[in-house]
Write a protein that binds this ligand. Structure first.
Ligand code: 7TS
Length: 405
């Protein structure tokens, strides 16, 4: 079991008052808090070891390069890629998905081809494909969502055809917490000849990932949602596909040789990492992965599953509260609406009780439309949340009901 007291001490915001009050943080799906080990790694880079990577033969450049590249090795192990060169650093899941849409889809798709996503996607896994469709004449299709917030798998089977060239699906929904059956979807998409992209943005802080077992062609996620610094992200891609793709951006590091007439490109992963990267962030991400490994993803999952079950049960006690998204397989998110209280009012009142909730469409407007809600309030849980935090939230929600009844 996780030692919650120790964890809360690592995440200083869980114990240190802010303007006089400790804030109970239930917005980890937007960004997780950072343990001091991550902040220390970032500080150490800036205070003691600052230099650019891949370019110098002086000591500090070598040290920062080896720390930066060590994060790639840690990621290779974390998600079990075949080669370390299959890990591309980006500034987030958004950039990783745009990279695939811009480089792969815009190059290889043509009129008549189809891209299949779902109605549960974050806008980052919708809009880049729409842009690729505009450029190529391909068509975007989306798998509908059931009232419980699961994918309609019968509709999926019908929408997946020989025309489908790319399937891009969210692993864990940021708005509902639904864990989608991506393994089955990848196998079925491959059988139709499509390549597969997994938006795993909400997964690495909660579940063990194995890209070789999943056999996805690409996977995208953000470092800041797994206890790492903002401005860091990862694109995993199978080596043969990445090699076939044109560069996404041009600049330093991604070149082999440049003349005014022609440029030849660097090998993977550098071909897709133009310019000075977020060195401090990537080093901090390495510390975040160490932190996750020390706790153990199986222990994290067991702790969070128990906390989610507890929160679901306790929140169901609140009169006039409806949980939106009741999939059988869920992770760490409770979206909800309340009778007579707009989600924005819920979050504003929660804030008065020093509880951080998120409200709105969660960058998933097609999902909100399908579920027929303008917005939801969302409590997203992480390893530093306790049952006492959940009790505090439930008490606050009950007070709101009293206030407005
Ligand atoms: N995909 C999913 C499933 C996400 O949850 C998010 C961010 C993204 C992609 C984009 O990630 P970024 O790091 O590049 O911005 N989700 C949220 C959220 O739920 N609240 O704020 C950001």
């Amino acid at each position: 079991m996780l030692d919650i007291d120790k964890i809360q001490k690592d995440f200083c915001q869980c114990t240190n008052p802010y303007e006089g009050n400790v804030i109970t943080y239930f917005d980890s799906a937007a960004t997780t808090l950072k343990p001091k080990q991550v902040v220390d790694a970032v500080n150490n880079y800036y205070l003691a070891e600052c230099a650019n990577v891949h370019r110098g033969i002086h000591t500090l450049s070598e040290v920062s390069t080896s720390r930066f590249e060590a994060t790639r090795d840690k990621l290779q192990k974390l998600i079990n890629t075949n080669k370390r060169e299959e890990i591309i650093f980006t500034k987030g899941a958004t950039e990783a998905l745009n990279l695939v849409a811009s480089s792969y889809a815009s190059t290889f798709l043509k009129e008549g081809d189809e891209i299949l996503i779902t109605e549960m996607e974050h806008h980052s896994n919708i809009v880049p494909w729409q842009i690729a469709c505009e450029k190529t004449g391909a068509t975007l299709k989306a798998v509908p969502v059931t009232p419980e917030g699961e994918l309609d798998m019968q509709a999926f089977e019908q929408l997946l055809t020989d025309k489908t060239k790319i399937m891009s699906v969210v692993y864990v929904s940021n708005a509902l917490g639904t864990i989608n059956p991506v393994q089955e979807m990848i196998t079925k998409a491959h059988a139709k000849g499509a390549i597969t992209v997994i938006d795993a943005c909400q997964a690495p802080a909660h579940l063990a990932l194995d890209v070789q077992e999943l056999n996805c062609d690409f996977m995208a996620f953000s470092g800041h949602k797994m206890f790492g610094p903002t401005g860091t992200g990862v694109l995993y891609g199978k080596e043969d596909l990445l090699n076939k793709m044109p560069p996404y951006q041009g600049g330093g590091d991604m070149i082999d040789h440049v003349t005014i007439e022609k440029t030849t490109y660097n090998v993977l992963p550098h071909k897709f990492e133009a310019g000075t990267p977020n060195i401090a962030g990537v080093i901090g991400l390495g510390a975040a992965i160490d932190y996750i490994n020390e706790l153990g993803l199986d222990e994290i999952k067991a702790y969070e599953d128990d906390l989610l079950a507890y929160a679901t049960e306790r929140m169901s006690e609140v009169p006039d509260l409806t949980i939106v998204g009741t999939a059988k397989n869920k992770a760490s998110v409770i979206s909800f609406v309340m009778k007579d209280l707009h989600p924005h009012d819920i979050a504003t009142l929660a804030n008065k009780y020093h509880i951080a909730l998120r409200t709105g469409h969660h960058c998933a407007q097609p999902l909100m439309k399908r579920l027929n809600v303008p917005a939801t309030a969302r409590a997203s849980l992480s390893i530093y949340n306790s049952k006492a935090d959940v009790d505090k939230l439930v008490d606050a929600l009950k007070k709101m009901v009293e206030l407005f009844s």
